[in-house]
Design a protein around this ligand. Structure first.
Ligand code: HSE
Length: 432
């Protein structure tokens, strides 16, 4: 029995998906049951690297999501609209959904899942996080017996590539970004990647799965990598760290009601940490739970083939279920079980973390003493203080704190900024 796919989007991932479906040999036998019935594109004129019958390609995407012959809509157009409306319309027409769209699912997941539950259809999104790395399915199924405590991920390949190049070649952010754009690793408009927004979408999705609550995307604290300088990279190296853009979901212990920390920011990662050695465009996600302990998922987080591999796996999962004539039920492990309540997210001021801070100051007696006093006043304990270099006439002092409440650290920093001897605080970066 064949099942009909409506493929929305024939870009990088859409083309990769079609390539797999058109070449089932040597792959799982279920792939032979999947037929591309229609493909929706923006322009019929665009040159394609794949041969598809012209009569199945259309610019009328609405006609695809309402086509009664189609069983599964594979949404690979990205962006918020019209993707969200097309997904909702497809669900209203009884179609199952496979999507790689993290932006839509992070913001409108609750609305989409509610509609899908009512229509008893599946919405699967393995490709939305970590490209080819299986992480959504493990959180829903293979690791389902655990109580999760931490998800820490490098979930954006563009920024990991940039930081790796900066680390290996001592280059500045702007220069590496330009190179990454030339090589096709970074988008022409890199804002979502370098600003941390893409990673924030992804950690929202993972946190919702792991911690069983809806996530308000606006609650994710988000800081990108645009302010990281070669000086910080070099201090990180000297102090035994590498800088990575981490997406962190952490269950805070013993809070009533239960709270999560949810944040994306550049982080000093100790060189001995498993995430420190994840380089280039690769992604990795470290999952911690009880009784599991730690597992790390590692691999290509983007790209045509890897992402299409995740898309087709989702299609196969649905086709497997359709073969047994089953409807999507709420306790079906394939579903992301649509939670009723929102997770409570701790404000960033209440997060406990270590900090690295770099100060430019006048090289006069008592500066380090004043810094220490100000930190001490707000209960910020220092792990190390070093003064190695100068920037022009100003001495550069670098401080690493012990674990501290972020709100206290910020108050201390505000006070330090008012000290006469302090010229500037060019960098503040959290430490894992
Ligand atoms: N732009 C993303 C990244 C890939 O650089 O990782 C798609 O999620």
């Amino acid at each position: 029995m064949a099942f009909n796919i409506g493929l929305l989007g024939l870009g990088t991932v859409g083309t990769g998906t079609a390539e797999i479906l058109l070449n089932p040999e040597g792959r799982h036998p279920l792939i032979q049951d999947i037929k591309i019935a229609q493909v929706g594109v923006k322009s019929l004129e665009k040159k394609r690297t794949i041969d598809l019958p012209t009569d199945i390609i259309t610019t009328d995407l609405e006609a695809i999501v309402t086509n009664p012959d189609i069983d599964i809509i594979v949404e690979l157009i990205g962006g918020l609209e019209p993707a969200r409306s097309l997904i909702l319309k497809a669900i209203a027409n009884g179609k199952h959904i496979v999507t790689a769209n993290k932006a839509v699912m992070a913001r409108f997941g609750p609305e989409i899942y509610a509609a899908a539950n009512q229509a008893k259809v599946y919405v699967l999104l393995e490709a939305a996080v970590g490209g080819g790395i299986p992480i959504v399915e493990p959180l829903k199924q293979s690791l389902g017996a655990n109580r999760f405590t931490n998800i820490i991920g490098i979930v954006n390949g563009t920024t990991n590539y940039i930081l790796t190049q900066m680390t290996n070649h001592g280059a500045d952010f702007a220069q590496v970004l330009k190179e990454a754009q030339t090589l096709g690793y970074a988008e022409a408009d890199p804002t979502a990647d370098v600003g941390g927004l893409d990673a924030a979408d992804k950690i929202s999705i993972l946190a919702s799965l792991a911690f069983g609550g809806k996530i308000n995307r606006e609650d994710v604290y988000c800081e990108g990598i645009t302010k990281i300088t070669s000086s910080d990279i070099s201090y990180a190296e000297k102090l035994g760290f590498v800088i990575k853009l981490l997406a962190i979901a952490h269950k805070v212990e013993k809070t009533e009601p239960e709270k999560l920390e949810l944040r994306v920011h550049p982080t000093f990662v100790p060189k001995s940490h498993p995430l420190a050695s994840i380089n280039g465009v690769n992604n990795a996600i470290l999952v911690e739970g009880q009784p599991l302990g730690q597992v790390m998922f590692y691999g290509p987080g983007a790209g045509s083939g890897p992402t299409a591999s995740a898309v087709v796996a989702d299609i196969m999962n649905i086709v497997g279920v359709l073969h047994s004539n089953k409807k999507a039920e709420i306790l079906d492990p394939l579903l992301s079980c649509s939670p009723q309540n929102y997770c409570q997210i701790s404000p960033i001021e209440d997060v406990y973390t270590r900090f690295y801070a770099r100060f430019l100051c006048a090289d006069v007696p008592g500066v380090i003493g004043h810094l220490g006093m100000a930190f001490g006043q707000y209960d910020v304990s220092l792990e190390s203080v070093v003064q190695i270099g100068f920037q022009g006439e100003f001495a550069e002092i670098v401080v690493v704190t012990h674990q501290v409440r972020e709100g206290n650290f910020r108050e201390a920093i505000a006070e330090i900024l008012s000290l006469n001897a302090i010229k500037e605080i060019p960098s503040i970066i959290r430490v894992l």
